[in-house]
Design a binder for this molecule. Structure first.
Ligand code: BGC
Length: 351
């Protein structure tokens, strides 16, 4: 008797909960389908939100800022209650977010901070400074910089200047590498170190490839050894590897330099297995999606939104309360445990 009463109550709660969530629409705006990670981010968000009974508007903007603004305008007029946005240009959304605020919509910045607006409520990401630090430390260890006298030759790349993350990645990596440059253990033969000079707009592989070609032609033509390339992510690393291959790297006489990356895209994990790229940062998109779904759920049910950092991410108008997930590195020694044993990829994905 008592048991069936409890079962009935539970059933009622489930039905009511479902009915309550029904029709509550959440907008999810992703930058592009051209990079593997954003497809995963988008589909993880959709699946996890739908499992909780929300309707989901998922849009990709082909890396075009106007398209993304238009998609957000539609989400506002169609009555979305929360917008989850991985921005293309973090500074280009002020007016559409003002509209969202006028409609009492909550805005969560996904992975990339939205800049220069009061109308972003929360931010969820991986610790971006730490991503750079781990890349720097990987280089430090791979080249045994603590003991090395050098000079070892390094070239530096950074991400898209309109993406706030790119600065964080760069600052994190340089916090480890700059002291070695100052001591002369690392040298940058091209002399190109300024963020604006080394940044690759829109994180484009082809632009990274072209820049690497130019660096090699101008600075490494006379057999000078390239020991290491700092790449902030995998889309740049793909271009850099292509350039290195075209320029004869990958032989005993001219081995691939140490090369960093980020995202553990399938193509890059394959490059790690093939010895062309040294490491990648693993940011489990399932974890970030789950965190953001928890935030959405808290907003929708009037609960306290989970955050764990209320200091770091100042968007020039306010410090945006954030939840930072923890990045780790993957390389040839641990990728199986991290990526296959956890079900992130199937072994066949990497063949
Ligand atoms: C993300 C990286 C990604 C890059 C290019 C950054 O904002 O944090 O994971 O590689 O954008 O899409």
């Amino acid at each position: 008797m008592r048991k069936s009463f409890v079962v009935a109550l539970v059933l009622l709660a489930v039905v009511l909960g479902g009915a309550w969530a029904q029709g509550k629409m959440i907008g999810v705006a992703m930058p592009t389908q051209s990079l593997q990670r954003w497809n995963q981010d988008g589909s993880n968000m959709k699946t996890q939100l739908e499992a909780k009974g929300y309707k989901v508007q998922l849009q990709y903007a082909n890396n075009d800022v106007n398209t993304q603004v238009q998609q957000l305008e539609n989400m506002v007029t169609q009555g979305c209650k929360v917008l989850v946005i991985a921005s293309i240009d973090g500074s280009a959304l002020s007016s559409v977010l003002k509209e969202a605020k006028d409609h009492k919509i909550t805005v969560i910045a996904y992975d990339r901070l939205i800049m220069n607006t009061p109308d972003v409520d929360y931010y969820a990401t991986f610790d971006n400074f730490k991503v750079g630090v781990i890349q720097g430390q990987y280089i430090e260890k791979a080249l045994n910089l603590k003991m090395a006298k050098g000079p070892l030759n390094i070239e530096l790349f950074a991400g898209s200047p309109d993406d706030n993350n790119a600065t964080f990645f760069n600052k994190g990596a340089m916090s480890i590498l700059q002291p070695y440059i100052d001591k002369g253990v690392l040298v940058v033969p091209s002399g190109q170190t300024a963020f604006t000079t080394i940044a690759i707009p829109a994180w484009t592989s082809a632009t990274a490839q072209a820049r690497m070609d130019n660096l090699i032609t101008a600075n490494y033509a006379n057999g000078k050894k390239l020991d290491v390339v700092l790449s902030p992510n995998d889309s740049l690393a793909i271009g850099i590897v292509a350039s290195l291959k075209n320029n004869g790297y990958g032989t005993a006489a001219k081995p691939f330099p140490v090369l960093t990356g980020q995202d553990c895209d399938k193509a890059n994990v394959k490059a790690i297995i093939a010895g062309q790229q040294s490491m990648s940062i693993f940011k489990d998109t399932r974890t970030l999606a789950k965190q953001v779904v928890d935030m959405v759920d808290a907003v929708m049910s009037g609960k306290t939104v989970p955050t764990n950092d209320t200091k770091t991410y100042n968007n020039t108008v306010k410090v945006v309360p954030s939840f930072l997930c923890d990045p780790v590195f993957a390389d040839v020694n641990n990728y199986k445990a991290l990526l296959i044993d956890t079900g992130y990829y199937k072994a066949s994905d990497l063949q």
